[in-house]
Design a protein around this ligand. Sequence first.
Ligand code: C2E
Ligand code: MG
Ligand code: MG
Ligand code: MG
Length: 280
Amino acid sequence: ASKRRGKNCIEFFNIDMQREALRLMLLEEDLRHALAHRQLALAFQPIVNLEHNRVAAFEALVRWHHPEQGLLMPGHFIPAAEQSGLIVPLGYWVLRSVCQGLVARIEAQRDVVPVALNISPQQFRDKHFMIEVQAILDETGVPPELLEFEITESTLMDNLAATIDILNALKVLGIRISIDDFGTGYSSLALLKQLPVDTLKIDRCFVKDIGEDEEDRQIIQAVIAMSAQLHLEVIAEGVETQAQSDLLYAFGCRRVQGYFYGKPVIGAIPDTQPLPQPVL
Ligand code: C2E
Ligand code: MG
Ligand code: MG
Ligand code: MG
C-alpha cells in the first residue's frame, strides 16, 4: 500500500510544511474576499456512458480567478478553505450555482443531465447541512434528482452513524450520492452495504497504470464485481487513453471520466451534444 501511495495517490509530497502553512494563512484572507467578489468559477467535465456513447452527467469543479495569481486550481486553495472553514460557504456557493445553472437549462429547454458536485468533509459535518441544502433546493426549484453529491470514502467512514442519517435524509430529498476517490480509504464490504449510496467513483490512481499493473487491474475488477453485487453504478476517474477505456469496458465498467473524453471547461453547464471527441 505504501508503494501505491508513493507512486500516484498522494498529491502533496516534498513540500516545506511551514512555508505551506504560511501560504494557506495568506490565501485565507484572499479567499474570504473571493467569495464576496465573484472570483470563483465552475468548470464542468463530462462523465461519459460508453454503452450509448453519451454524456451521462457532468462534474462541477471549482476554480478561482485570483486577481494576482491568475487561475488557481482546487488543489491550491481547498486546503486553505478547509483549514479556515471557508469551505462551507464555498460549498454552498457551488451548490447554489449548479442548481441555478440546471434551472436555467430547463427554462431554456436545453437538454439536461445530472450534475455531480463535491461535498467537503466539513460541509458534510456542518450542523446546518440539511437545512442549507433544503433551502437551496426551495430557492432555486431544481429537480433534486439532477443532483449528485460526491463525498469521499474517508469522510463517509468518519462517523458512520451520523453519515447514515445524513445520507438517508439526502435520499429522501431525491439527491443521488457517489463515493469519490473510492479505493483510497478503508471501506469494507460490510460497511458499504449499510450506506445508501448510488455510485462508486474509482480513484484515478488505480486507472493510471491499468495497462501494466496487475495489482491495480485486480483492484478495479474487484470493485466492479462488488458494485454489481451491491447494485451500484461505477465510474472510473482519470481515463486518459483509449487503451484504458477499452480495458475498463472489458471489465464491465460503463461510465468513465477523464481527459480522454474531455477536460473540465470553465463556463455554464455545457450541452451534452456533440460528444467531446476523444483526444488521440
Ligand atoms: P475529484 O473530485 O476527484 O475531481 C477529479 C479531479 O481529477 C479534477 O481535478 C479533475 O480535473 C481531475 N481529472 C479529471 N480527469 C482527469 C484525467 O484524465 N487525468 C488527470 N490527471 N486528472 C483528471 P481538480 O478540478 O483539480 O479538482 C481536484 C479535487 O479538488 C477534486 O477531486 C475534489 O476533491 C476537489 N474539488 C474540486 N472542486 C471542488 C468543490 O467545488 N468543492 C470541494 N469541496 N472540493 C472540490
Ligand atoms: Mg469529485
Ligand atoms: Mg475523485
Ligand atoms: Mg481525486
